[in-house]
Design a protein around this ligand. Structure first.
Ligand code: MG
Length: 272
């Protein structure tokens, strides 16, 4: 199952994605997940009526963030080489922080670099999408039943503010600092090893394998849900490999994982 969320004729829709001639296409409309309350309300009020749908390439669709999370839980320093490159110890336990849903940005959207930040970094990451309420997962539970699928995220970080503030809420939480997409898939298996690559203006800057996680997905889910109940549609960002670095206005960042797709966003100075 692969799905995306997109706009067609002014309506928000979900689409089933399949490959045609090696390219992902939206081949049919798909059911919206129950947590998309805006969509469900619109449908209940009869606003979301049938539209004339014809298959279209994913690259030609007006894509939205494919999930509507109640929260975005992030894991810091989950790759040894990334912990070291910023001069940090490899953590003994997962290091958790939040990004607010207000930071979400669709594929192709422009990240606004705030004037308050001197250094804005990219962090390419694989993200989990939660399938059902997860509370205090036990060791003997099937963690896969709690994961609907996987998508890509850019954990954009104002590195100077991260150090200056002493905690990460502002540095990681600016509007547009969480690009996510383009789709959700359950057709990949990170535990077997997915290669994540990040390119800046076409130049390879990050290359890591999900086999190199310090804390594997089941450990992360147990650790997170021991403290925080995860709801359907919530996102868990699994951390970034080595190679992060500062961006300048005009840069374009592309994060790729085979089978999950490509998340591409430009960066621009925030002139508001
Ligand atoms: Mg990160």
């Amino acid at each position: 199952m692969r799905y995306c969320r997109f706009v067609l004729d002014g309506q928000t829709l979900y689409g089933a994605v399949e490959d045609r001639d090696g390219e992902p296409w939206i081949v049919a409309l798909a059911e919206a997940p129950e947590e998309d309350l805006v969509y469900q309300l619109a449908r209940a009020q009869g606003i979301s009526s049938a539209v004339a749908f014809a298959p279209l390439p994913l690259s030609g669709a007006e894509l939205l963030v494919p999930v509507t999370p109640s929260k975005i839980v992030c894991v810091g320093r989950n790759y040894r080489d990334h912990a070291k490159e910023l001069g940090n110890e490899v953590p003994a336990e997962p290091l958790l922080f939040f990004k607010p849903p207000s930071a979400l940005l669709e594929p192709g959207g422009v990240v606004r670099m705030p004037a308050a930040a001197e250094r804005v970094d990219f962090e390419g990451e694989l993200a989990l999408v939660i399938a059902r309420r997860a509370h205090r997962l036990a060791v003997d539970e099937d963690w896969r039943s709690y994961v609907r699928g996987y998508t890509l995220a850019n954990d954009v970080s104002a590195r100077d503010l991260q150090k200056k503030d002493g905690q990460w809420t502002r540095a990681k939480g600016f509007d547009t600092f969480c690009p996510v997409g383009p789709l959700v898939t359950d057709e990949v298996a990170p535990e077997v090893g997915l290669t994540l690559e990040t390119r800046v203006n076409g130049e390879l800057r990050q290359q890591g394998s999900t086999r190199d996680f310090i804390f594997a997905i089941p450990e992360l889910l147990r650790y997170i849900t021991a403290a925080i109940t995860l709801e359907p549609g919530d996102l868990v960002l699994t951390g970034t490999p080595a190679g992060v670095g500062p961006l300048t206005a005009g840069d374009v960042v592309e994060i790729m994982v085979p089978g999950v797709g490509s998340l591409c966003n430009a960066f621009a100075a925030d002139t508001h």
